[in-house]
Design a protein around this ligand. Structure first.
Ligand code: HEM
Length: 373
């Protein structure tokens, strides 16, 4: 009796069934085997590498959607920030694999690829729905996307899938969620402490110090001195343009910035005072978004490099210019550029305004939202 039950349990959940291996392992149909006298040896690799990518994309979407859900609230629980970081760090690790995997496909030579490439038209990576879902959940705006042959990126999908993609962009993306969360940062003004005023004063002092150092340097000739002062002036103008709300709005209208003024200031505060215990997690979270963006850009760059090696200047099976288009996406498609640009606004720790004791206490581990009210 006992034996029978054990056998039953074993046969209902079996490694093969649980993992759906019959479906997965029989999903490699070589077009060269169907259409040519002889299957192309390398086509198996080509299919499996793409399938593995799509599985990882599925896992990435699973993680990103869950993080979006945790953030889709007016008051993000601190615990959820820790969980989000954990999940985003997993995404980053997967992305590293996705970049490394390009080496595997590069073991196929361009001549080997030609054994079956003609059977692929008009299929193309352009038709990877999951890749577009990842871009959309992260928050790649439609109007900053490159187009090819005047076609929008979604035109290659069925109507229901086009709807699905549109639906993601009309809801809150991770970029939006991060921006709103930053805008709610409670530490920009605590009691008499106004972060922005203190910071502006510190920047003015830092620039004055640098100006004095340039003017009194015994190593610079007149020309070099003038050049450096001019460059310092440009830095000052940049600081002012970001710190002045109306100038910030102008940059947003020109498309040179995307993140709101309030969110930018909050991100700056988090970066400058990240050593304070309560700002550790927010800093880690912002770093995750930067790393995800970087890894995606690295993948775009590596993919384009692999395509150049494989195709030279041939056009893609999806009809784009191939390498040129793909390389351009690496430059134009980063999503969290504004977080990278915060580095321009950082000043040395030695020039940072000292936080008043009660603020330091508020930023300690015993802070609770009631204390700031
Ligand atoms: C021999 C290997 C590969 C070649 C020659 C190649 C070539 C190309 C080309 C030329 C394009 C531009 C679209 C077109 O005109 O078709 C493209 C886009 C794309 N490929 Fe690949 N690819 C290869 C492998 C891969 C792999 C392994 C993946 C993994 C999923 C992938 C994912 C994509 C994606 C997502 C796009 C759209 C990129 C964008 O529009 O930003 N490709 N590929």
């Amino acid at each position: 009796m006992v034996m029978k039950e054990t056998v039953k349990k074993y046969s209902t959940v079996h490694y093969r069934n649980y993992l759906g291996l019959d479906k997965i392992l029989n999903a490699q149909e070589l077009r060269s085997a169907q259409l040519d006298d002889k299957p192309a040896h390398e086509e198996m690799l080509f299919i499996i590498v793409h399938q593995v990518y799509e599985l990882w994309f599925k896992q990435i979407i699973h993680e990103l959607e869950s993080v979006l859900e945790l953030f889709d609230t007016d008051n993000v629980d601190e615990k959820n920030i820790g969980t989000s970081i954990h999940r985003l760090e997993r995404v980053i690790e997967i992305q590293k694999l996705l970049v490394a995997q390009i080496r595997v496909i590069e073991t196929m030579t361009p001549l080997d690829f030609l054994d079956f490439r003609n059977h692929l038209f008009p299929a193309s990576g352009f038709q990877s729905l999951q890749f577009r879902i990842v871009e959309n959940i992260l928050g790649l705006p439609e109007d900053s996307r490159l187009t090819y042959n005047g076609c929008p990126y979604f035109s290659v999908f069925s109507e229901p899938n086009q709807e699905k993609l549109k639906d993601i962009t009309t809801k809150s993306t991770l970029f939006d969620a991060m921006e709103h969360w930053l805008e709610r940062t409670p530490f920009l003004q605590i009691g008499d402490f106004n972060f922005l005023e203190q910071y502006k004063a510190a920047v003015a002092k830092m620039i004055e110090k640098e100006e004095k150092a340039i003017k009194s340097s015994p190593y610079l000739n007149m020309h070099e001195m003038e050049m450096r002062l001019q460059m310092l002036g440009n830095t000052d103008t940049y600081f002012q343009s970001v710190l002045d709300e109306s100038k910030h709005m102008e940059l947003i209208e020109k498309g040179e910035m995307r993140m709101s003024y309030k969110a930018t200031i909050a991100a700056l505060l988090i970066n400058l005072y990240r050593d304070e215990p309560l700002l550790h997690l927010p800093f880690k979270l912002l770093t995750c978004f930067i790393e995800i963006d970087d890894a995606l850009t690295t993948w775009r760059y590596r993919h384009s490099q692999m395509v150049q090696r494989m195709l030279g200047n041939k056009i893609g099976t999806g009809g784009s210019s191939g390498f040129t288009y793909l390389r351009e996406t690496a430059i134009k498609h980063p999503i969290f550029k504004d977080l990278h640009n915060i580095s321009t606004l950082l000043i040395p720790r030695s020039d940072l305004p000292e936080l008043p004791a009660e603020i330091k206490k508020a930023l300690g581990f015993y802070y609770s939202s009631q204390q700031s009210n």
